[in-house]
Design a protein around this ligand. Sequence first.
Ligand SMILES: [Zn+2]
Length: 292
Amino acid sequence: MCLQVIDTHVHFSNIQSFSKTAKEISYLDYSKAGFEEEFSHADVVYAVAMGLQETCPGSFPDHSAANPMMIDLNHDRPQRLACCPGINPMQLRVDRRKELEQIAAVLSEPWVVGIKIYAGYYPFYVHDPIYSPVYDLAEKFQLPVVIHGGATYARNALLKYSHPLEVDELAVQRPNIKLVIAHLGDPWVMDTAAVCAKDLNVYSDLSGLFVTDSFGLEQVEQNDLLVNQFKKAMVYTDNYSKFLFGSDWPLAPVAPYIRFVQSLVPAQYHQQVFYENALDVFGRLDTLIVKR
Ligand SMILES: [Zn+2]
């Protein structure tokens, strides 16, 4: 049977470091045409882009980007692409009311399926009160919140804010919001496992575990020291309804990344991890996929 795939974590924003990575590391075409070509070839039914913007090239994580941060790689978005608008907490301090109004206006759009918090990239813990009104909106619109977890793709970020253990406190404060720790919180994958095992409302995506090309992924797959930690984290959690497939495209090519994640997850859970869990967490995807 052919595997249906929803990619719950991609990018489609005009970010200089992403374009550079696509050109020099993952060797792919980071454009609308490139997305259409690569995602149809890999049989991806739908993808979710994490909204992100920089006001001048190379400024990510940009403190002056307006809320919410959307997808701006192309003037029109690919058909099978939904979005989790990104939050810039620095701007929330400038004009909170206006910024929150802008966020709320976007959250009612059907192709918006969640919210993205860039923990680590912005210097606040996820349970910091600065985000409280954003979580109120997530509850109101019944949307999940994706939280960057683990290592960061920017030198000026701060790792203490992106440690997955910090999500535990938020999960307890907000039991009605589904939270997704991105990247399995790598390298703190066992901490992510512990939080996913304990908190009913916490999930994790398997995106961005490696920033590389197709050849690099093949090499990684053969290195037990690298892959066993990811398998161990999932085995510890002992609940495959908690893990979602994501690629972090354009940081890795999609079809080879699907094959790589297939090697981490036992075959009997592929349908859940690559498809069903995404519909469970990102409830609005259901309608978008039916409409297609
Ligand atoms: Zn990402």
